[in-house]
Ligand binder design. Structure first.
Ligand code: PLP
Length: 389
């Protein structure tokens, strides 16, 4: 198998599997005061401290969730709850993941006004567009939240969140970052109030995530539990904690951060090999990841004219090679990617796009084999479609 869809999910590290397995045996309920419960509680506290160290935050600023989507929902809907009847404008972007887009959409029925920043043709949000809204007398005093992703899952383009955070801090406007794709590779951004993260993008299992919330925001009482219950996660998320996954997530983060430089070097070498191969061997293409600008080193999105991205994905999968078209959550829909159309691609170019995303486990040999098969697939599908360059 050649797996090049690491932005959808990553394989779980063997060391992480061993950690999860080990702590499945630590079955005491962390809320029980006797010894095996107290041990479980202590382990969660230690895992939280490890996150604190690795992310440069204080451990109390981290709430474990079931996934990145839950963290996104928690941030957005908590702020909406806190500002209900006071401020009703939320600013986000048209290129967010559906965990954000559908969350803000759901708030419209409560009277919230959602403004979407559009990316430029390289897939990057313009700070000047945000400033124009912040200075607009219509919205100026009505904004309760800005939510912008750290890096886009489809194109890998990094967004200027630190610069935006600095602006918002001065104006006292809450800022949430969907860091699901960016935190592993880039760490926690500065000048932010809340950041969502997810385990399965950094070689931990699916079903574990976290939300960073800055201490002052926590102390202001803005965050509310969506799962009412016991006092777990500082009373902000009821439900007995998933100790084995929390331990596995901490292990995965430790390894990812420890290997960060090697990861960046390795994945960018792999992707530049793919990119050069495509540029030299496949005519009629358009790269949708602009590597002249900050981007995730492991991600390459490209439109290949005359083919259907989903068809190419299927062709490659027959040879046990896995890539994506748009985001995994989009597959099965017959709409072109909302991210690529927002950055100005035609429907045709968006439909003919594929996303190749590598990970630490991929090798240069795999990439060479993949490249050859990709060229054969494109030739085959173009022939069937009667497409001529
Ligand atoms: N945000 C982004 C940018 C993502 O890429 C994803 C997953 O693909 C999510 C949120 C959702 O994370 P999870 O799958 O942990 O719910």
């Amino acid at each position: 198998m050649i797996y090049l869809d690491n932005n959808a999910t990553t394989p779980v590290n063997p060391t992480v599997i061993a950690t999860v397995e080990k702590y499945l045996h630590q079955f005491g309920n962390p809320s029980s005061s006797y010894v095996i419960g107290a041990q479980s509680h202590k382990l969660i506290t230690e895992a939280r401290s490890k996150f604190g160290e690795l992310l440069g935050i204080s451990p109390e600023e981290l709430i474990f969730t079931s996934c990145g989507s839950e963290a996104d929902n928690m941030a957005i809907k908590s702020v909406a709850h806190a500002f209900f009847g006071k401020k009703k404008t939320i600013i986000t972007t048209s290129i967010e993941h559906h965990a954000i887009l559908h969350s803000v959409e759901s708030l419209k029925k409560f009277g919230y006004n959602i403004l979407y920043l559009q990316p430029d043709e390289t897939g990057v949000i313009r700070v000047s567009d945000l400033l124009a809204i912040l200075d607009n007398p219509l919205y100026k005093d009505d904004i309760c939240l800005v939510s912008i992703m750290g890096a886009n899952n489809e194109t890998g383009m990094v967004q200027p969140v630190e610069e935006i955070g600095e602006i918002l801090k001065k104006r006292n406007i809450l800022f949430h970052v969907d860091g699901v794709q960016s935190v592993g590779c880039m760490g926690l951004p500065k000048n932010v109030d809340m950041v969502s993260m997810s385990g399965h993008k950094i070689n931990a299992p699916k079903g574990i995530g976290a939300l960073y919330v800055r201490k002052e925001v926590l102390d202001s009482g803005i965050l509310i539990p969506f799962i009412d219950g016991g006092k777990q996660e500082f009373g902000l998320r009821g439900g007995t904690e998933n100790l084995p996954y929390i331990m596995g997530y901490a292990k995965a983060l430790e390894e990812f951060v420890g290997n960060r430089d090697a990861y960046k070097k390795h994945t960018s070498e792999l992707m530049s090999t793919v990119k050069s191969f495509i540029a030299e061997n496949i005519p009629g293409i358009k790269f949708n990841t602009d590597d002249a600008k900050p981007h995730l080193p492991n991600t390459l999105n490209v439109s290949i004219r005359g083919i259907d991205g989903a068809g190419l994905m299927e062709y490659m999968s027959m040879f046990d090679m896995f890539i994506a078209t748009g985001s995994a959550c989009n597959t099965g829909s017959n709409k072109p990617s909302h991210v690529l159309t927002a950055q100005g691609l035609s429907r045709e170019d968006a439909f003919s796009s594929i996303r190749i995303s590598s990970g630490m486990q991929n090798t240069m040999e795999e990439i060479e084999e993949f490249n050859k098969r990709l060229a054969m697939g494109v030739e085959h599908l173009r022939k069937i479609a009667g497409y001529k360059i």
